[in-house]
Ligand binder design. Structure first.
Ligand code: CUA
Length: 196
């Protein structure tokens, strides 16, 4: 009887067992295939972002995130819901770790609403469940989303972009209220969460 080689990988194999050299060759080919797929996907991302001019969600409107509180559109006194001369509503919000400012907003029902928001620090997300409102709040950019609410109700808005340790607790609320009730609210009532 012939002596077995000392390396167990070189022992003769029972029928049906694939030799080590074949396994290594097959694995090498799969690794090359995976590498090629990664290279293709990376190239697709780079090419489409350059050729398709991908940019932050909604519109390219820049704002200086470090001085939001000092002046301009997102100064604290200008946040919340404003009724424009044409009767539509504009809601301005700042997303920051880990809250939205203001924490709650009221908007009138049956009215075009334009949300304008930005971030003071990192990327946050803004989502009204069961509506078309779903955007990111990116520092340095103003995100704008337009919608309209057909029914009064409460919308809880979770931050849906992981933004740090407090991400899970970051949320705000939009109260859609009847027009006469909205008109009767003062600025403080429009930005507080207590039930009216
Ligand atoms: Cu802000 Cu997650």
């Amino acid at each position: 009887m012939a002596e077995l080689p000392s390396n167990p990988l070189q022992h003769p194999l029972p029928d049906g067992i694939v030799p080590e050299s074949v396994v290594a060759r097959t694995e090498g080919r799969w690794v090359m295939l995976m590498g090629a797929m990664l290279a293709v996907m990376m190239a697709v991302m780079v090419i489409t972002s350059v050729a398709g001019a991908l940019h932050p969600s909604s519109n390219v409107e820049v704002v200086e995130p470090l001085t939001l509180h000092l002046g301009g559109e997102f100064v604290e006194s200008n946040l919340g819901t404003t009724i424009e001369p044409d009767g539509s509503a504009t809601v301005r919000l700042i997303a920051q770790q880990y809250d939205f400012v203001p924490h709650c907003v009221s908007v009138p029902v049956g009215t075009p609403v334009k949300f304008r928001l930005t971030s003071a620090d990192v990327v946050h997300g803004f989502l009204l469940p069961n509506t078309n409102v779903n955007t990111m709040a990116v520092p340095g950019f103003v995100a704008e989303v337009r919608t309209s609410f057909a029914q009064p109700g409460e919308y809880e808005m979770p931050c849906h972009e992981f933004c740090g340790l407090g991400h899970h607790a970051m949320w705000t609320r939009v109260s859609v209220v009847p027009k006469d009730q909205f008109a009767a609210q003062g600025p403080l009532e429009r930005t507080r969460c207590a039930k009216q």
